[in-house]
Design a protein around this ligand. Structure first.
Ligand SMILES: [Fe+2]
Ligand SMILES: [Fe+2]
Length: 165
């Protein structure tokens, strides 16, 4: 039995939250923090890719009433993309590393909250079970080809598109 798209995306969100909690634990060395941030960047790069490439365009097409939410989400992803790219180029010993990670986490938490509390319920109401299952399949496929680091070309493309177009 395949997973429905919303279940799958929520599982991603849980993994991200788990890493955020790990980062916030007191008394960690820069090496430990670097490891957690590397994991966070990978999780976010993959998740952003599958939402940008599959979830958002499909929902926009199938449920035109949700277009404004989708557009807002693209902008929120863009802010996170920029922070991720900057963090990827930074070292955990940099004095701005913790602050930038904190701002990234706050942004992502806000966005995840909106998706889960406001957007997913509307999507679930608008799409049938079958469509959500099909979308889940597509998301899994997209995961296989997704970039894993923010500076990989297919990950950077979206961030750059958003700035220049
Ligand atoms: Fe999102
Ligand atoms: Fe999400």
């Amino acid at each position: 039995m395949s997973k429905d798209a919303i279940v799958l995306l929520k599982e991603d969100h849980q993994e991200v939250r788990k890493q955020f909690r790990a980062f916030r634990k007191q008394g960690q060395t820069p090496v430990q923090k670097q490891g957690i941030v590397d994991t966070i960047l990978e999780l976010l790069t993959v998740h952003t890719y599958i939402e940008n490439e599959v979830m958002y365009p499909r929902v926009r097409q199938l449920l035109p009433d949700l277009e404004d939410d989708v557009l807002e989400s693209y902008e929120e992803h863009h802010v996170a993309d920029v922070l991720c790219m900057e963090l990827a180029a930074m070292d955990a010993t940099d004095e701005r590393f913790d602050a930038k990670t904190t701002v990234l986490m706050e942004n992502v938490e806000h966005h995840i909250e909106e998706e889960e509390q406001e957007w997913f319920p509307k999507v679930r109401e608008g799409l049938g079970r079958n469509q959500l299952q099909e979308l889940g399949e597509e998301l899994l496929e997209a995961k296989k080809r997704a970039p894993r680091r923010p500076e990989q070309p297919s990950a950077m493309k979206k961030a750059i598109d958003a700035v220049v177009s």
